[in-house]
Design a protein around this ligand. Structure first.
Ligand SMILES: Cc1cc2nc3c(=O)[nH]c(=O)nc-3n(C[C@H](O)[C@H](O)[C@H](O)COP(=O)(O)OP(=O)(O)OC[C@H]3O[C@@H](n4cnc5c(N)ncnc54)[C@H](O)[C@@H]3O)c2cc1C
Length: 333
């Protein structure tokens, strides 16, 4: 089947669950880029199960993207030719019991950080500066201010869209690395639990306020997705970019931030392709002048040379599903 045929069959299998040509730019902090061919709002595991059954009915690899707060995504102007999922408010709840904070996959990390601090729990304050969701933080092993997601992660629940099963994991399964985790493209984070240290509310809230002040002083506002490149062992990426006199460098509607060289800003109404061209230019100049090849931390979606991860689902019986209609039916059950 061609890629277009795969999406057509999937659209039929998803039925009313899916919307076509959903704009993605507004769902990212860059606020640029084109639409997703198919979009599904997910507010519970039943919907994830229905998506699994639709994928199994197609039986072919489907490009799949879970969109969190979109704070680490650059979606090409041509858009994303695949299925994008967004988690809704029912998966954004936060509960605190004793010293454990359970946050839904769609909950904001800054909200989890503030709620934990207000409850006198220590260890998640760093997350107030990361404008992503819990799911995005797990996928990226987001971190800052000397800590990261793995630091306090205790347990988490995923739904495996390939196998169609939910799984609960101990933190040992997480296998964190710098801005990487063991989560695969088929794994949707439903919730995560962080095990924190009981402490002083005043001290926790003061640290949160300090981090917010530090961010305001050192990082630009506007449309960006934080650090564009991971820090190589040699030096901070921003330092290398600055050394190459690229601070403030502009290409079309994109500019290397004059405040922090590892941030690329997009103008309002700008173009994702301009951001991408500037990212490539920075990489080339830094490689030529310093010998260091920078690796993007930003996830590039829908560009011709950045193939999207695909998911191929098998029906739970292990048999290829033959009924596209059956897969989309019963989305609520
Ligand atoms: C101003 C600014 C500052 C930043 N500072 C930092 C920082 O200090 N440290 C840092 O690490 N990052 C930082 N970032 C980057 C970004 O906030 C993190 O990478 C964050 O973890 C991304 O979360 P998200 O929900 O926005 O994910 P998205 O950008 O939407 O997606 C990122 C990845 O996570 C996956 N994903 C999202 N939700 C789920 C889910 N529920 N289940 C499974 N996979 C999911 C996506 O499929 C994608 O692969 C910054 C960004 C900005 C804009």
């Amino acid at each position: 089947m061609s890629a277009t045929d795969v999406l057509e069959v999937l659209a039929r299998a998803l039925g009313e669950l899916a919307r076509a040509d959903e704009p993605l730019g507004a769902r990212t902090t860059y606020r640029v880029g084109g639409p997703a061919a198919l979009w599904v709002d997910v507010d519970d595991e039943e919907t994830l199960d229905a998506v699994h059954r639709a994928l199994a009915a197609v039986g072919e690899p489907v490009p799949l993207l879970v969109v969190g707060k979109g704070s680490n995504l650059l979606v090409a102007d041509a858009g994303f030719q695949g299925l994008a999922l967004g988690l809704g408010p029912r998966l954004a709840e936060i509960e605190i019991a004793d010293h454990v904070v359970r946050a839904g996959g769609a909950a904001g990390m800054p909200v989890a950080a503030r709620r934990s601090a207000a409850a006198g729990l220590r260890g998640l304050e760093w997350a107030v500066g990361v404008p992503g969701s819990v799911g995005g933080a797990l996928r990226m092993n987001a971190g800052g201010h000397g800590s990261d997601t793995a630091g306090t992660l205790w347990r988490y629940r995923t739904f495996d869209l390939a196998a169609g099963v939910p799984r609960e994991h101990a933190s040992l399964d997480f296998r964190p690395r710098y801005r990487h985790s063991s989560l695969g493209p088929a794994d949707v984070v439903v919730w995560a639990e962080f095990s924190l240290r009981p402490g002083d509310v005043g001290e926790a809230e003061a640290l949160v306020a300090d981090i917010v002040r530090w961010r305001r002083r050192h990082q630009p506002g506007g449309s960006n997705a934080g650090s564009v490149f991971t820090n190589p062992p040699q030096a901070a990426a921003g330092e290398l970019i600055e050394r190459c006199a690229l601070k403030g460098r502009r290409l079309g509607s994109a500019e290397v931030s004059a405040k922090h060289a590892n941030f690329i800003q997009a103008d309002e109404g700008g173009s994702a392709d301009d951001v991408r061209r500037l990212l490539d230019l920075v990489r080339t100049v830094v490689a030529e002048q310093t010998g260091v090849v920078l690796v993007p931390e930003l996830l590039l979606v829908g560009f011709a040379d950045t193939p999207s991860p695909t998911v191929r689902a098998a029906s739970r019986s292990g048999q290829p599903s033959t009924s596209a209609r059956g897969a989309g039916d019963g989305a609520g059950g």
